[in-house]
Design a protein around this ligand. Structure first.
Ligand code: NDP
Length: 449
């Protein structure tokens, strides 16, 4: 291993001992940029690795709120402003009980590279809270969002830091957050949050963008290997924003989506999932996925009883993990390979464990890495920001066409970088190399700041 890389990894391990997800994300990136370090010995003197792995700022804060029974609850809020090298910090907010500093830092770190790949002027950040929105009333969600924004507002702004949604934060939450921001600031700064509803400054096609973008990327990857989505079977974990719109676009491309899941289990419908029913259950009723079998008793429901999701035991051509980090383990990767999987498209952030990714690549499975393949969401958020600045709206078709062009460009830059650095077909390395070299160049240009 390159000596400089070895020393830096050792220091990062020491400094972030209890942050497993963050260390995993850093090792995954740094493990693939060796060819760049070898061809740029000056990176050591310029401390490029040390600077790129240290967040510019981490903010944590108390979020007190009152539930419907009049009880006072306290959660912890976070905003990790990791890098403003190429634009204002940009990245979503996650509301989920598992949220902690390690998860926030890993997501913000990934976001820097993802945002660089889009080719748009956006830096990297992430935030959220350990608040669990499940089972909460609308009123409780609003109380929480208002309290969260009462602290967050002082750290964000359309030229400073622009949050958006993520797990547990959809259009409803963004609406409450935006309302409170506007009230405190006494100004209509539309570009301070993205993922807004279209009625007050959101972009058409933002809701669909991450899932659609994932399918555009997978389509390009398959095309480069002389195949397509046509008549392929697809399994998709999750049934949230990313999963639903990945399913919609996969079906439009002639694929058959045979399984989807939520955190309790998955449904397998060999005739092809009825996506309208999934939308009804998940987007409108906010229910559980097993309700699907009430209408389709021939479909199978498999409960999740361990770390390994049952969805990956189903034979499929293409697997799209679109739920959460580390949801596709080495065990699952082995079963997928044994069952003849052709490609993996990461819709969620870091959904494959490092061991799973290594195993898939060793077995010549095509892997579309998250920071490239799910960049369509943030790219469309940047398009939302530009519409807000222009006081103008693009049509759905205009936004989708821009998104498609961006995803094709991202795939091509991953492919070209992989080829240039001697790892043709390894899009995981290609994505890291393309993004890293751009960021290092910006860092050198801006001096020691
Ligand atoms: P949603 O909250 O809309 O949906 C998340 C889905 O994943 C739900 O079906 C949820 O099930 C499931 N899930 C969440 N946590 C777990 C868990 N610990 N184990 C198993 N299943 C789980 O989130 P999104 O669709 O927005 O986000 C999904 C992933 O995509 C995340 O990794 C996110 O960071 C990433 N992403 C999202 C973008 C976006 O634009 N929304 C952009 C880029 C990446 P349940 O309903 O049971 O909780």
């Amino acid at each position: 291993m390159n000596e400089y890389l070895k020393d830096v990894l050792h220091d990062i391990n020491q400094k972030n001992l209890n942050e497993q997800e963050f260390l995993q994300a850093v090792k995954e990136v740094l493990g693939t940029v060796k060819p760049l370090l070898n061809s740029h010995p000056e990176y050591k003197k310029l401390a490029i690795l040390e600077r790129i792995t240290e967040p510019e700022r981490i903010i944590t804060f108390r979020v007190p709120w009152v539930n419907d029974k009049g009880e006072i609850k306290v959660n912890r809020g976070y905003r990790v402003q990791f890098s403003s090298l190429i634009g204002p910090y940009k990245g979503g907010l996650r509301f989920h009980p598992s949220v902690n500093q390690s998860i926030m830092k890993f997501l913000a770190f990934e976001q820097i590279f993802k945002n660089a790949l889009t080719g748009l002027p956006i830096g990297g950040g992430k935030g959220g809270s350990d608040f669990d929105p499940k089972g909460k009333s609308d009123n409780e969600i609003m109380n929480f969002c208002q309290s969260f924004m009462t602290e967050l507002y002082r750290h964000i702004g359309q030229d400073v830091d622009v949050p958006a949604g993520d797990i547990g934060v959809g259009a409803r939450e963004i609406g409450y957050l935006f309302g409170q921001y506007k009230r405190i600031r006494n100004a209509y700064e539309g570009g301070v949050l993205t993922g807004k509803a279209v009625s007050y400054g959101g972009s058409l096609a933002r809701k669909e963008a991450t899932g659609y973008g994932l399918i555009f990327y997978v389509r390009e990857m398959l095309k480069a290997h002389n195949t397509s989505l046509e008549n392929k079977t697809v399994t998709i974990s999750g049934s949230g924003n990313v999963a639903i719109y990945a399913a919609e676009k996969a079906i439009k491309n002639g694929a058959k989506v045979i399984a989807m899941s939520d955190s309790n289990g998955c449904i397998y419908d060999k005739n092809g999932i009825d996506l309208e029913l999934i939308k009804q259950i998940k987007e409108i009723q906010r229910g559980r996925i097993y309700e699907y079998i009430k209408k389709y008793p021939d479909a199978v429901y498999m409960e999740k009883n361990s770390n390994d999701s049952p969805i990956w035991t189903i034979k499929t051509d293409i697997a799209l993990p679109c739920a959460t980090q580390n949801e596709l383990t080495l065990n699952s990767a082995k079963i997928l390979v044994e069952n003849g999987v052709l490609a993996i498209g990461e819709g969620a952030n870091m959904p494959c464990t490092q061991e799973a990714t290594d195993y898939l690549l060793e077995n010549n499975i095509l892997v579309a890495p998250a920071k490239a393949a799910n960049a369509g969401g943030v790219a469309t958020s940047a398009i939302e920001m530009s519409q807000n600045s222009m006081r103008y709206y693009y049509t759905f078709e205009e936004v989708e066409a821009k998104l498609e062009r961006i995803m094709i460009n991202i795939f091509n830059s991953c492919k070209d970088s992989a080829e240039n650095y001697g790892c043709t077909g390894n899009y995981v390395a290609g994505a890291n190399l393309a993004a890293f070299s751009k960021l290092a160049e910006a860092m050198i240009a801006q001096g020691v700041v």
